[in-house]
Design a protein around this ligand. Structure first.
Ligand code: MN
Length: 269
């Protein structure tokens, strides 16, 4: 049995198929985990979602900002944008099943025994991995409840940028969702910052630092996606970036947990 953790797929079904063939992924015996942003922007979001849903128990994913945005669009909270390229999912006869399956996916995956942690964007400076996992569960409870549409409606916005355990709802949920699915840079004092997407070598960043530079040596290996401009490079062996910009024509990458190595294929969608 092997476990693979795949980076941001964004509906790039051909690249996904090629990558899984490259490692001889066997859904009968292997596990596939994904860092989220399964759909959106790329050419085959419906086909990707149908395939991943069809993997049953051998697949798990953490939700990304594009997955949550899709859920908001599907519920009429946000308008459909042409670049989303997800209308085909909403129009599909099995859309209810796919939407309900997607909203029941977690925001973090944490296997304390194997010391693996996954979230789409990372873990903010103020939290331990254990805290991130617990706060994620409070959002997951809302997302799987009947009032999930209200949660989606209240998740948009960049505030608050500081965590405080006594934050009221819905600010509390918005911070958790932003930290786990949208964060890239933080200010020197650890406040979340959402205006920059470029790689850390860029000069226009002043005092901003990538979230992972705030982390002390992690007990678990942290996996994340979301930040295509990094091309997976964090200069840390305990924090592994997996978004290598497949939807932008670069590459799709997974991590083979048994061999402890990355495998990439060039984007072919
Ligand atoms: Mn993302």
């Amino acid at each position: 049995m092997s476990r693979y953790i795949v980076g941001d797929i964004h509906g790039c079904f051909k690249s996904l198929t090629k990558l899984l063939a490259e490692v001889e992924f066997n859904p009968g015996t292997d596990d596939l985990w994904a860092v989220g942003d399964l759909i959106g922007r790329g050419p085959q979001s419906l086909k990707t979602l149908l395939y991943l849903h069809g993997l049953g128990d051998s697949f798990q994913a953490t939700l990304g900002n594009h997955d949550l945005h899709f859920l908001a669009v599907a519920n009429g909270i946000r308008p459909q944008k042409p670049q989303d390229r997800t209308a085909e999912i909403i129009e599909h006869e099995g859309s209810r099943t796919l939407i309900n399956w997607l909203r029941n996916q977690p925001l973090t995956l944490f296997n304390a025994h194997e010391q693996l942690f996954v979230s789409h964007a990372g873990v903010p400076p103020q939290w331990s991995v254990q805290q991130a996992h617990e706060y994620a569960q409070s959002v997951e409870l809302m997302l799987s409840s009947a009032s999930y549409v209200q949660l989606l409606a209240s998740m948009y916005g960049n505030e608050p940028v500081y965590w405080c355990s006594s934050l009221p709802e819905p600010d509390r949920y918005r911070f958790i969702i932003n930290a786990l699915t949208r964060m890239r840079y933080c200010n020197a004092d650890g406040a979340l910052e959402f205006n920059h997407k470029e790689a850390p070598e860029s000069e226009a960043l002043d005092s901003l630092k990538p979230w992972y530079t705030f982390r002390l040596k992690e007990k678990s290996t942290l996996f994340f996606g979301h930040w295509a401009a990094l091309s997976g490079k964090t200069e840390r062996s305990d924090i592994i970036g997996l978004d290598t910009g497949c939807v932008w024509g670069n590459a799709l990458t997974l991590y083979d947990c048994k061999r402890k190595e990355r495998v990439s294929v060039p984007a072919c969608d």
